[in-house]
Design a protein around this ligand. Sequence first.
Ligand code: ADP
Ligand code: ZN
Length: 718
Amino acid sequence: MSTSALSSQLIPTLEKHFGYTSFRKNQREIIETILAGQDTLVLMPTGGGKSLCYQIPAILLEGLTVVVSPLISLMKDQVDALRLNGIKAAYLNSSLKPEEQQQVFHQLRQQELKLLYLAPERLIDAENRFVIFLKSINTSLLAIDEAHCISQWGHDFRPEYRMLADIRKALNNVPTVALTATADPLTQQDILDKLQLREPNVFVSSFNRENIYYRVAPKRQSYAQLLDFLTERRDQSGIIYVLSRASTEDLADRLTQDGFMAKPYHAKLSNEVKETHQDEFLKDEVPIIVATVAFGMGIDKSNVRFVVHMDLPKNIEGYYQETGRAGRDGLPSDALLFYSYADVIKLQGFVEVEGNDEQSRVLREKLQQMAIYADLRTCRRKFLLNYFGEEAPDYCGDCDVCRNDYKTFDGTIIAQKALSAVARLGERFGGGYVIDFLRGSKSEKIWQEHKQLKTYGAGADISKKDWHRYLNDLLRLNYLQKSDDKFPTLQLTEQSWSVLKGQEKVMLVEISEPPTITIKSSAKPIEDSLFQQLKLLRRRLAQDEDVPAYLIFSDATLQELATYLPTQPEDLPHISGFGEVKINKYGSAFLDEINQYCTENDLDSRMSQLRRRSRKKQRSKPKSDTKQQTYDYYQQGKTIAEIAQVRGLSTTTISSHLAHFVQDGSLDVTELVDSATITKIENTIYVHGDRALKPLKDALDDNITYDEIRLVIAHLRR
Ligand code: ADP
Ligand code: ZN
């Protein structure tokens, strides 16, 4: 079949086999490239939707797609998920019994399978027998998951991955797609080199995880704060990371005593216990797992609603990967970190690699970045994305800093004092010494000669603690930097000089106690008790099939059901996640449950709303232009002022964008303007017409804005 003929089948295949109606960003382009037979590298964050990128080509291409993955524990899950959607797939790894393996070989010979998942070591045997076998059965695509494992620069190097280049050759350079969630450019280049991909197309997605809300709370009474946090999230699934093995068990016990079912997980538990706990968590039998970082690599559970770090992680890479396990299903999820500076000090010992100064230096620097993140007074998402080399707006609206509105003040004089102290001390001392010096400490510690310097005691009016905060701000704003020694000293940067010369103003954050957490919990479906009933139904079905509940349907699907209340079979294809096979298999069970609920509660189906919404979505999709971006932000719940700030545009521009969507019916004007104002504007328009805004504005009360007038005109024009 030609590529364009295949192209026209993408959406129907997506709908039929996965029950989704549209592709996520980059998916379509990636799939088209793969179908055209080109080598491809895909960089997408965890939860971004990498699997579909090779699963859809696997369905559409003739022959077999071989998927190499190091995560044996995930293979069964992935294969089960495919089978539940009616796609023929199997896996081969050390967990299978010989007769099960024979069965798979038989299916392969009969050409019954579309996808085969393999551990890399499976490809390697003395006489290359397995590769020869693969050659004999028409392999059309090789997908290499977790491709960073081939690179020594990655955090997870696997020597067996090095064989993959040879295997590609042995398979006559079969088209190959490599996929990873590691963004680091060094690793990226290494993957291309080591796999010897031919003229590869590289797709880098944004690493932004829009649905994760990032926040940091002070590590004071963290247990009590944790209980509050969990109480708001009863029955939701989450992972709590702690530093030590012992605390996984302690904390799990304590939570259980306090009425939250939680199980521990760490490397030293017996395999049996580990498997049971993991399994109970995956199957939604136990909502909370308390774990060390040993937990999670092989976890694909889509409905993890929160990830809590009780202790500071050692680097941003780890933190981002761990928090990324929340919200793979795209629903709002939380990442909460408890932070105290004492953790940084404690971890300093952990990041020293004996006999390797160079690596110790790298790891120390990474820990510093983690501490800076925890202390941020600017948007956390921006910091994370910048850390991974991605641009981001100053304000995301979805982290604790953005929602807290920290007040800043002109701190130029404070900054000048600090910078000049660092300069006069010859950039040879750490923060503690600089602060003592600034405060004019009488202690022995301060060298006699330094007491003669001009800035000595210039900052006596500011407390030690506040000086720490200001110095941190200056570091963050790049007016100061730290040397990367074991005992880092403060140094000036290029930017420091314009401050010292009085050419640049420095805005510092006003000092106040960080607020303890009081954040609303994640978005809820409209019929919460139905949602709970549907979860039970899903769990029963999952038990019957012995698969994790989220493989039957994701939470996102159950939320749609409990919001739009489909009552007839024709409704189901409109619900995300209901593909053909699942409609046949589970449709009636869910419809029965919903119908019964609607009868008992005297409710009508709200499917017409969903249909209207998806029609709008389709109609407005081609506008991937500036208006669409505004609309997307608006749909995320941002106000006009916030959107203007994020996009760096005026509120007038933003409201004219929204007016466009009011006019085409995608937005209801009553969402934007209150009804009394609408009536007033409408009445004035009847008198003056809608040709010019000025006469309308003049005829109306002063407090009615041009933006509001524009929106109501759009509404009437519709
Ligand atoms: P990754 O491998 O990148 O971590 P997955 O492939 O596991 O991510 O996808 C994460 C979740 O997103 C899965 O539940 C998947 O079914 C869902 N998903 C992927 N693509 C789409 C899409 N186009 N529409 C809706 N859901 C999708
Ligand atoms: Zn933010």
